[in-house]
Design a protein. Structure first.
Length: 561
């Protein structure tokens, strides 16, 4: 090869090397200047991660500081599919440890194989011991984050009142929902640095979580447990669809117990509990009250000076109002009954006769004054306002049926609150589960006068007669005075409105001790068998609940003879 040809090759090689060097420099400059920001972000993303730190949810306790809802340490397991080396192997090994069935393993495999995503939940709120077993396998791309799981230590105790949370520990029903903002707190976070093996080696920055506030209820666990036991037995004794009860502090409006049987274990909601069992029926469901509603009719007539407890009427067995014939529950001849007798013996004809003196417009006003047709405003979600027809929609016989509690629907809570107003000297107090002392987000109970102290005293005397010598004698408690009223209401067909001849709601609402009221207790039994009467079905349940409460609260007897 000539010297000239060799020189050309050397120059060509030099030119190629110069071009390569220029390209490398240009590439380096482009990376350092143009791509610097995005590449730095990518490197940072590979080395750092922001991990949420869930805030512990506040504990719910009863008035005696007895835990009803609290938290258990758990681990939430997630994965970065782009870092998972073998989706099939890792999903199989994770499924074995976590106890996933075939369908669960297949679902997990689909998540881990989706390379488009950088995040997928493997399992949430896993028991710590189980999560640690999986962590020791060092599966590529798996992360383990501290978490907590909501638990209910007492299972079914007050479960319909307390409610539940979802997988994100947000309240979705009951008091868990009402007070969710206070209970849930505020989550924190940590920005951590990881080594090539994705292990945390440093915490760059962090924001501390703020635990949720605790919630103290007015519920008393001892009273609640006793109520649930009595309802369960009542359900069994009468083969009924359901049975409910409300126990109120007669003076303050505090709910000491509220329950419906059958109940459920709050810890099992995540695996499936019918909504039918979860409803807190005394607040969310309505029923026609029957004779317990006669209190409103009599209270209105007394308040307007139209009658006194001793005012007497000559009453036949039946009376016709428009196109409807109304009769008393048991056949009798024409009798002369006082207003007090009408309430004591629960005469439908007598209630209609009193309401005719009062007039439909005034009766409607008293219904509203007692709080029917609107919610009580209790601190609980989903409260029903009941079903009260506007006065302009009362048809011919409506004025004849509403006075004795037919053609109107109320909640157990509304009715209990109305009787509590009578026991409280005529002052209605808003029922509530939490006082301002129990939570900063709770409101003070509202109060308003419904009837005068004098009318309240007259009604209390008549309600005592109901238990002493009327339809409520099975509610009598040795050594204590009891005031109350029975109710027996036929259930209307929801489609046709025709009243059943065999489906009834039996109820009893009582005040004890009658001379110094401490408790208002309402029991309702839906579709009892063998007997339909409030006096024989619901009154004995009231008696047992009241007796348990009086003993537990150490209330002194008030009966002198």
């Amino acid at each position: 090869m000539s010297q000239r040809a060799a020189n050309r090759r050397i120059r060509l090689l030099g030119a190629v090397l110069a071009l390569a060097l220029a390209g490398a420099l240009a590439r380096a400059g482009w990376i350092q200047v143009v791509r610097a920001g995005s590449l730095a972000e990518l490197a940072d993303a590979q080395q750092t991660q922001t991990i949420p730190v869930p805030a512990p949810r506040g504990t719910i306790v009863d008035r005696n500081n007895f835990e009803l809802a609290t938290n258990k340490d758990a681990i939430t397991i997630s994965a970065d599919p782009k870092l998972v080396t073998s989706p099939a192997t890792e999903s199989r090994r994770a499924a074995q440890v976590l106890g996933l069935d075939g369908q669960g393993e297949t679902k997990l495999l689909g998540k881990l194989a989706d390379r488009r995503s950088r995040f997928a939940y493997v399992a949430r709120q896993v028991p710590v011991a189980k999560a640690k077993r999986l962590e020791r396998l060092k599966l590529a791309g798996f992360y383990f984050t501290r978490d907590s799981k909501r638990i209910y230590p007492q299972g079914s105790l007050a479960s319909q009142v307390i409610g539940n949370t979802n997988i994100d520990n947000n309240g979705i029903s009951g008091l868990e929902s009402t007070y969710n903002d206070a209970l849930k707190g505020h989550d924190g976070w940590q920005k951590v640095v990881k080594d090539p093996a994705r292990q945390v080696i440093d915490i760059q920055s962090a924001s501390d979580e703020q635990p949720g506030a605790d919630l103290t209820l007015t519920i008393d666990n001892v009273i609640q447990l006793g109520v649930q036991r009595v309802l369960k037995q009542t359900l069994k004794d009468w083969q009924a669809l359901s049975a409910s009860a409300v126990v109120l502090n007669a003076r303050s409006g505090e709910v000491l117990a509220m329950a419906t049987a059958p109940g459920y274990d709050a810890n099992l909601v995540s695996v499936g509990v019918p909504q039918e069992l979860q409803r807190n029926r005394p607040i969310t469901d309505t029923y026609e009250p029957g004779s317990t509603f006669k209190l409103v009719t009599v209270a209105g007539a007394l308040s307007e000076g139209l009658v006194t407890p001793g005012t007497a009427f000559t009453l036949p067995y039946s009376i016709k109002v428009a196109d409807k014939t109304i009769h008393d529950s048991h056949p009798r001849g024409t009798e002369r009954l006082t207003v007090s007798d009408i309430l004591t013996l629960s005469s439908n004809v007598g209630a209609v006769t009193i309401s005719q003196l009062l007039g439909s417009e005034h009766l409607a006003r008293w219904i509203k004054r007692f709080g029917f047709g609107k919610t009580t405003g209790i601190d609980f979600p989903g409260e029903s306002a009941g079903n009260v027809l506007p006065l302009d929609k009362w048809y011919g016989s409506t004025a004849g049926t509403i006075p004795f509690g037919q053609g109107i629907a109320v909640t157990s809570l509304q009715l209990a609150a109305a009787y509590a107003a009578i026991s409280n000297g005529g002052v209605w107090v808003q029922p509530h589960f939490v006082t301002p002392a129990g939570s900063k987000s709770a409101s003070a109970a509202k109060r308003r006068r419904v009837v005068t102290p004098a009318v309240a005293a007259q009604l209390m005397t008549m309600l005592r007669n109901v238990v002493d010598e009327g339809t409520g004698t099975q509610a009598e408690i040795p050594n204590y005075t009891v005031a109350g009223k029975t109710g027996t209401a036929a259930k209307p067909d929801p489609r046709t409105g025709v009243y059943s001849t065999y489906k009834y709601v039996a109820s009893f609402v009582g005040i004890v001790p009658a001379y110094n009221p401490r408790l208002v207790i309402l029991v309702t039994v839906d579709e009892p068998k063998s007997s339909i009467w409030g006096g024989s079905v619901a009154a004995p349940a009231f008696k047992q609940i009241a007796l348990d409460c009086l003993r537990y609260l150490e209330v002194a007897p008030d009966k002198t003879s």
